[in-house]
Design a binder for this molecule. Structure first.
Ligand code: MF3
Ligand code: CO
Ligand code: CO
Length: 265
């Protein structure tokens, strides 16, 4: 029988390690945000993120992770996730998800935002709005002593009502001294997540990806990373790292200047 890894319930000092990592990761997002503009290449954003992380004495988590070549993921338009930064300048009407992960004193922080470049279509704006709202619907569904599936059920119900499909092949994840660990956090209900408890001291991400068309995806044959919607329709994503405490979920990657809960795009 396959061994199930023991879930991590973090002690106060470990929680503090994650708080510090989340705070730095959020600070990096605040640094990057003004640079995400028409005309900038995603490779330039990658370079800025890499330098900022190293200058502060921290470690970019993605470089070399399972062979990933860059510091951040930049997923433009129909790219769902894991887009590799390149020389193409962002252009008016694009939507781009910027996903950043750093390691601070051995602890991971992970978050992403979808940005609208210049004037985007109404349908793109509405998708970005609903995806941001879906993240907070998921956060509010998380409660101490609850189960992971309550997050997925809330996100799935909300997103379907809004008219979007929810990506199934990529999920949120436990996070700590490892990038990806138990529990997996699917953005729809599953039998496994129905058994996974959200005890105080569990740290995990919520990172819904919503699509205008089909939920299905395909990985780029050449680069083996870039994940696109199967039908080429737009996809958006937002992500936070969340610590479950005795009093409820705490957002560790909260940014001062980023979109807050309820933000109108
Ligand atoms: N940051 C992504 C996540 O939210 C993972 C990126 S892995 C990489 O889990 F290798 F593509 F960077
Ligand atoms: Co993540
Ligand atoms: Co991420």
């Amino acid at each position: 029988m396959k061994n199930t890894p023991i879930p991590l319930y973090l002690k106060e000092e470990e929680r503090e390690g994650l708080r510090v990592a989340g705070r730095f990761n959020a600070q990096l997002m605040d640094f990057l945000r003004p640079h995400v503009k028409e005309g900038v290449s995603t490779e330039k954003l990658d370079k800025l993120a890499n330098e900022y992380t190293l200058d502060h004495g921290h470690v970019p988590a993605c470089v070399g992770y399972l062979g990933y070549p860059k510091t951040i993921c930049t997923s433009v338009n129909e790219v769902v996730c894991h887009g590799i930064p390149n020389t193409r300048p962002l252009k008016d009407g694009d939507i781009v998800n910027v996903d950043i992960t750093t390691i601070v004193n051995g602890w991971y922080g992970d978050q992403s935002e979808t940005f609208m470049i210049g004037n985007v279509s109404n349908s793109a704006r509405r998708l970005v709005q609903s995806t941001h709202d879906a993240l907070f619907v998921g956060i509010h569904a998380a409660r101490p002593g609850g189960t992971v599936t309550e997050i997925g059920r809330a996100i799935q119900t909300f997103s379907t009502k809004a008219g979007y499909s929810v990506v199934r092949e990529y999920q949120g994840h436990g996070i700590g001294r490892d990038f990806h660990q138990e529990p997996g956090v699917p953005h729809f209900p599953t039998l496994k997540s129905n058994r996974d408890l959200l005890r105080p001291g569990t740290c995990f991400t919520i990172e819904p990806m919503l699509n205008i068309g089909s939920w299905q995806t395909r990985v780029d044959k050449k680069d083996k990373w870039t994940v696109r919607t199967i039908d080429g329709a737009l996809s958006a994503q937002f992500e936070h790292t969340i610590l479950m405490t005795e009093d409820g979920p705490e957002i560790l990657t909260f940014t001062k200047e980023g979109p807050q809960e309820g933000h109108k795009f």
